[in-house]
Ligand binder design. Structure first.
Ligand SMILES: [Zn+2]
Length: 179
């Protein structure tokens, strides 16, 4: 049975802007992809994927908590299968998908393009899902119905997702990383 998805949560990897997270020598078996780099971080944090899902979907990634990773070169990598519960936002993993942009608060034009295409596609697949930034799911501690900057547990994903959607999902110039 497909999993019910009510939230699509955008994250950043909180790694230095401009660092692709590729490691090793390109074109050789020593090369490690950004998804594998993040997988190693999540392994260190104790995240563990479902063994049965792991066998049929990205078996090289045993830990990664996200469903998608958007590389600085514009590539979109998958992490966990959409049917698999992620590990990316406390309290909201059950019915959500996690999308991670490599960087902290500046992303390449290729990443902004990929984000628009990916989110547009996911909205078609999950028309009732709300698209939010990780920080938007912080507790509304003063109960005024708005999660204000002082209430953010993290700044992730480093930009205002609601404003990005309202602006037609265009790259935000203040958050544009030169490549
Ligand atoms: Zn996050």
């Amino acid at each position: 049975m497909p999993r019910e998805i009510s939230l699509i949560v955008i994250h950043c990897s909180a790694s230095p802007n401009g660092d692709s997270l590729f490691r090793g020598t390109p074109g050789t078996p020593s090369q490690i992809t950004p998804a594998q780099t993040i997988d190693a971080w999540h392994k260190a944090r104790g995240f563990k994927r479902d063994a049965a899902m792991c066998r049929i979907w990205n078996p090289d990634l045993r830990s990664i908590g996200y469903h998608f990773v958007l590389y600085s070169n514009g590539a979109v990598a998958t992490g966990r299968a959409p049917a698999e519960i992620g590990a990316h936002v406390a309290g909201f993993n059950q019915k959500s998908l996690g999308v991670c942009l490599v960087g902290t608060d500046r992303f390449t034009s290729a990443q902004w393009d990929s984000l628009r295409v990916l989110i547009t596609g996911l909205q078609k697949s999950y028309p009732s899902a709300r698209v939010v930034g990780h920080r938007d799911l912080s507790p509304d501690t003063d109960g005024d119905g708005v999660v204000e900057p002082r209430e953010w547990l993290k700044i992730c994903p480093g930009f205002d997702v609601a404003a990005w959607i309202a602006g037609g999902m265009q790259a935000i110039s203040a958050h544009l990383q030169e490549d």
